[in-house]
Ligand binder design. Structure first.
Ligand code: 9Z3
Length: 325
């Protein structure tokens, strides 16, 4: 299974295929609430922009989508992504003054939490009695930092978090998000780091109940998820600055595939990364060439996302300056 439905291995997808995907997908349970949250969040940024400099808003997608095999899902196919790239990038975008819509896979890495233990988180706390919860002194600074920065971003209206699990949820929420950000024009950015399923079981052909093992080996035929990037650029987010990611395990084809994605889907930038070195370096591919970005090894805890977001922010500035209002 390839990492994304945005890969470039097949022909163009027609609008009717995309429509059919959305029509047959199980409707989002909390669609009205998501729409409302997006409207409030984006509206708040537009209000800020009246008072001077326009607020830039980036939608960061993060984590992998699942493909359920049963409607009452017991088993599913997953796409690899810890969510570290998306969570770390969100922090750097916030630092750079962006408002961030963080569209993330439930249970994956979260912004501000990288220095907290996840196994088990309870190591952070002590409970000397029923009325008293204390943070372990060795984690006190990290917890105060994480809670403080998270609360400031949420209550300050600069971070909106929207979770997804399945490919159906992800694509529906991404579309809603893009539509809600349309009026931001060139101040909007999409940073598509999520690892999105290429293949799926259409809802109407999916068995309702748990697949039984007594029937012997399981033959699965997966349909292709329609390629959404073209329609994304053309219809959902025509004026936004759009960055997609290309993941490969074979470095010999990585740059060629990234370049193909850039041209085929009219992306402003494709970030190419190889699975085993993705935390060390990435290659930014644009129409004017490619550039390797490495993490600063001289800096304790230096992350590749720091110089990456720096380059992206400056490219976005040029894009805004040269875009027609
Ligand atoms: C990426 O390439 C991300 O950088 C990673 C980050 C998922 C590798 P982690 O979450 O890893 O920090 O563990 N995301 C995009 C993957 C993808 O499916 N890209 C498509 C493709 O390669 C292009 S849009 O076909």
């Amino acid at each position: 299974m390839d990492a994304s439905n945005f890969s470039d291995d097949i022909q163009e997808t027609s609008n009717s295929e995309i429509e059919a995907f959305f029509c047959s997908a199980p409707p989002l349970k909390d669609a009205a609430e998501i729409k409302m949250k997006l409207k409030d969040f984006v509206g708040r940024q537009s209000l800020h922009s009246e008072s001077g400099k326009a607020t830039r808003v980036v939608c960061v997608t993060s984590g992998g989508t699942t493909v359920p095999l049963e409607q009452r899902c017991v088993r599913y196919i997953d796409n690899f992504s810890s969510g570290h790239r998306g969570a770390a990038s969100t922090e750097y975008f916030l630092k750079a003054g962006y408002a961030v819509i963080f569209l993330y896979r439930r249970g994956t890495c979260q912004p501000f939490c990288s220095s907290l233990p996840d196994d088990p988180l309870l190591n952070c706390f002590d409970c000397p009695d029923m009325r008293n919860v204390q943070v372990q002194p060795s984690y006190a600074e990290d917890v105060v930092n994480a809670v403080g920065r998270h609360q400031a971003a949420i209550t300050g209206g600069t971070l909106l978090k929207l979770p997804f699990t399945t490919i159906f949820e992800y694509l529906q929420i991404l579309k809603e998000t893009a539509v809600s950000m349309k009026d931001l024009g060139s101040n909007a950015m999409f940073y598509l780091a999520a690892a999105v399923s290429d293949f799926y079981v259409p809802w109407e052909t999916m068995t309702e109940h748990k697949i039984q093992s007594r029937s012997g080996p399981l033959d699965l035929r997966l349909a292709q998820v329609p390629k959404m990037l073209s329609v994304f650029r053309k219809d959902w987010a025509p004026r936004a600055f759009c960055i997609s990611f290309k993941l490969e395990t074979d470095t010999r084809i990585l740059l060629e595939k990234a370049d193909m994605a850039l041209r085929r889907y009219n992306m402003h930038m494709v970030v190419a990364n190889e699975l085993s070195t993705r935390k060390e370096e990435v290659v930014i591919v644009t129409a004017s060439g490619s550039k390797i970005v490495r993490r600063d090894m001289t800096k304790a805890g230096g992350e590749v996302e720091e110089p990456l977001i720096e380059v992206i922010v400056s490219e976005h500035s040029i894009y805004i300056e040269t875009s027609t209002p």
